[in-house]
Design a protein around this ligand. Structure first.
Ligand code: RTP
Ligand code: MG
Length: 141
Protein backbone atom coordinates (compact mmCIF):
# COMPACT_ATOMS: atom_id res chain seq x y z
CA UNK A 1 0.00 0.00 0.00
CA UNK A 2 1.20 3.50 -0.79
CA UNK A 3 2.41 5.96 1.82
CA UNK A 4 0.22 9.02 1.33
CA UNK A 5 -0.29 12.42 2.93
CA UNK A 6 -3.65 13.98 3.63
CA UNK A 7 -4.81 17.34 4.98
CA UNK A 8 -6.87 17.28 8.15
CA UNK A 9 -8.54 20.15 9.98
CA UNK A 10 -9.99 20.04 13.49
CA UNK A 11 -12.84 22.49 12.92
CA UNK A 12 -13.87 25.34 15.28
CA UNK A 13 -16.55 23.29 17.08
CA UNK A 14 -14.10 20.57 18.10
CA UNK A 15 -11.38 23.07 19.06
CA UNK A 16 -13.97 24.85 21.25
CA UNK A 17 -14.89 21.50 22.85
CA UNK A 18 -11.21 20.97 23.76
CA UNK A 19 -10.98 17.58 22.02
CA UNK A 20 -7.93 18.19 19.78
CA UNK A 21 -5.96 15.57 21.71
CA UNK A 22 -8.74 13.00 21.57
CA UNK A 23 -8.94 13.46 17.79
CA UNK A 24 -5.15 13.25 17.39
CA UNK A 25 -5.30 9.98 19.35
CA UNK A 26 -7.63 8.55 16.68
CA UNK A 27 -5.09 9.41 13.98
CA UNK A 28 -2.10 8.03 15.88
CA UNK A 29 -3.90 4.88 17.02
CA UNK A 30 -4.70 4.15 13.36
CA UNK A 31 -1.06 4.51 12.34
CA UNK A 32 -1.27 8.02 10.87
CA UNK A 33 1.58 10.36 11.82
CA UNK A 34 1.20 14.11 12.30
CA UNK A 35 3.98 15.48 10.04
CA UNK A 36 2.94 19.16 10.14
CA UNK A 37 0.55 21.14 12.34
CA UNK A 38 -0.58 24.68 13.08
CA UNK A 39 -3.41 26.37 14.93
CA UNK A 40 -4.90 29.25 13.03
CA UNK A 41 -7.82 31.65 12.88
CA UNK A 42 -8.76 31.44 9.20
CA UNK A 43 -9.57 34.66 7.36
CA UNK A 44 -12.71 34.68 5.22
CA UNK A 45 -10.53 34.70 2.09
CA UNK A 46 -8.59 31.66 3.30
CA UNK A 47 -11.75 29.71 4.11
CA UNK A 48 -13.39 30.67 0.80
CA UNK A 49 -10.27 29.67 -1.11
CA UNK A 50 -9.96 26.38 0.71
CA UNK A 51 -13.57 25.39 0.00
CA UNK A 52 -13.70 27.06 -3.46
CA UNK A 53 -14.94 23.79 -5.00
CA UNK A 54 -18.22 24.36 -3.09
CA UNK A 55 -18.66 28.06 -3.92
CA UNK A 56 -21.85 27.55 -5.96
CA UNK A 57 -23.45 25.29 -3.35
CA UNK A 58 -26.31 26.60 -1.19
CA UNK A 59 -24.42 25.81 2.01
CA UNK A 60 -21.25 27.74 1.02
CA UNK A 61 -21.87 30.89 3.09
CA UNK A 62 -22.81 28.88 6.19
CA UNK A 63 -19.71 26.72 5.68
CA UNK A 64 -17.40 29.76 5.46
CA UNK A 65 -19.13 31.48 8.42
CA UNK A 66 -18.57 28.35 10.47
CA UNK A 67 -14.93 27.85 9.45
CA UNK A 68 -14.05 31.42 10.55
CA UNK A 69 -16.08 31.25 13.79
CA UNK A 70 -13.01 30.30 15.84
CA UNK A 71 -9.52 28.87 15.54
CA UNK A 72 -8.89 25.60 13.72
CA UNK A 73 -6.10 23.05 14.12
CA UNK A 74 -4.63 22.12 10.75
CA UNK A 75 -2.43 19.07 10.23
CA UNK A 76 -0.86 16.98 7.50
CA UNK A 77 -1.15 13.25 8.25
CA UNK A 78 1.11 10.65 6.71
CA UNK A 79 0.80 6.89 6.49
CA UNK A 80 -0.36 3.93 4.45
CA UNK A 81 -3.54 4.77 2.55
CA UNK A 82 -3.76 8.00 4.57
CA UNK A 83 -6.49 9.70 2.50
CA UNK A 84 -9.05 6.89 2.76
CA UNK A 85 -7.97 5.90 6.26
CA UNK A 86 -8.61 9.44 7.53
CA UNK A 87 -12.01 9.55 5.80
CA UNK A 88 -12.93 6.27 7.49
CA UNK A 89 -11.84 7.60 10.89
CA UNK A 90 -13.92 10.77 10.29
CA UNK A 91 -17.20 9.06 9.37
CA UNK A 92 -20.00 10.46 7.21
CA UNK A 93 -20.39 14.22 6.63
CA UNK A 94 -23.67 14.21 8.62
CA UNK A 95 -22.83 12.93 12.12
CA UNK A 96 -26.31 11.42 12.39
CA UNK A 97 -25.30 9.07 9.55
CA UNK A 98 -21.74 8.45 10.76
CA UNK A 99 -20.81 4.96 11.95
CA UNK A 100 -20.43 4.43 15.68
CA UNK A 101 -16.89 5.02 16.87
CA UNK A 102 -16.02 7.54 14.16
CA UNK A 103 -14.80 11.05 15.01
CA UNK A 104 -17.97 12.70 13.72
CA UNK A 105 -20.26 10.25 15.52
CA UNK A 106 -18.42 10.88 18.78
CA UNK A 107 -17.60 14.60 18.62
CA UNK A 108 -19.81 16.36 16.01
CA UNK A 109 -23.16 18.05 16.56
CA UNK A 110 -24.53 18.65 13.06
CA UNK A 111 -23.74 18.54 9.35
CA UNK A 112 -22.46 22.12 9.67
CA UNK A 113 -20.47 21.72 12.89
CA UNK A 114 -18.97 18.36 12.02
CA UNK A 115 -15.66 18.42 13.90
CA UNK A 116 -13.16 17.59 11.16
CA UNK A 117 -12.20 18.05 7.52
CA UNK A 118 -10.28 15.49 5.52
CA UNK A 119 -9.05 15.53 1.93
CA UNK A 120 -11.23 13.38 -0.33
CA UNK A 121 -8.59 12.23 -2.87
CA UNK A 122 -4.83 11.94 -3.21
CA UNK A 123 -4.90 14.73 -5.80
CA UNK A 124 -6.85 17.11 -3.55
CA UNK A 125 -4.69 16.16 -0.58
CA UNK A 126 -1.58 17.44 -2.36
CA UNK A 127 -3.34 20.72 -3.20
CA UNK A 128 -4.75 21.12 0.31
CA UNK A 129 -1.48 20.33 2.12
CA UNK A 130 0.27 22.92 -0.06
CA UNK A 131 -2.53 25.44 0.68
CA UNK A 132 -1.53 25.53 4.35
CA UNK A 133 2.06 24.27 4.60
CA UNK A 134 5.33 25.17 2.91
CA UNK A 135 7.53 22.15 2.16
CA UNK A 136 9.91 23.37 4.90
CA UNK A 137 7.10 23.05 7.49
CA UNK A 138 6.55 19.32 6.83
CA UNK A 139 8.66 16.78 8.70
CA UNK A 140 8.13 13.48 6.93
CA UNK A 141 9.09 10.58 9.21
P1 RTP B 1 -15.09 18.22 4.53
O1 RTP B 1 -14.76 18.66 3.13
O2 RTP B 1 -15.25 19.37 5.48
O3 RTP B 1 -14.11 17.18 5.02
O4 RTP B 1 -16.51 17.46 4.54
P2 RTP B 1 -17.01 16.34 3.53
O5 RTP B 1 -15.95 16.05 2.52
O6 RTP B 1 -17.49 15.20 4.37
O7 RTP B 1 -18.25 17.04 2.87
P3 RTP B 1 -18.28 18.04 1.60
O8 RTP B 1 -19.30 17.53 0.66
O9 RTP B 1 -16.90 18.30 1.09
O10 RTP B 1 -18.85 19.37 2.24
C1 RTP B 1 -18.03 20.29 2.93
C2 RTP B 1 -18.73 20.74 4.18
O11 RTP B 1 -19.89 21.49 3.81
C3 RTP B 1 -20.94 21.22 4.72
N1 RTP B 1 -22.08 20.67 4.02
N2 RTP B 1 -23.30 21.01 4.28
N3 RTP B 1 -26.12 21.27 4.27
C4 RTP B 1 -25.54 20.41 3.44
O12 RTP B 1 -26.16 19.72 2.68
C5 RTP B 1 -24.09 20.32 3.47
N4 RTP B 1 -23.37 19.54 2.69
C6 RTP B 1 -22.09 19.76 3.05
C7 RTP B 1 -20.45 20.21 5.73
O13 RTP B 1 -20.08 20.92 6.91
C8 RTP B 1 -19.25 19.60 5.05
O14 RTP B 1 -18.29 19.16 5.99
MG1 MG C 1 -15.03 17.56 1.41
Amino acid sequence: MAIERTLSIVKPDAVAKNVIGKIYDRFESAGLKVVAAKMKQLSRAEAEGFYAVHKERPFFKDLVDFMVSGPVMIQALEGENAVLKNRELMGATDPKKADAGTIRADFAESIDANAVHGSDSVENAAIEVAYFFAASEISSR
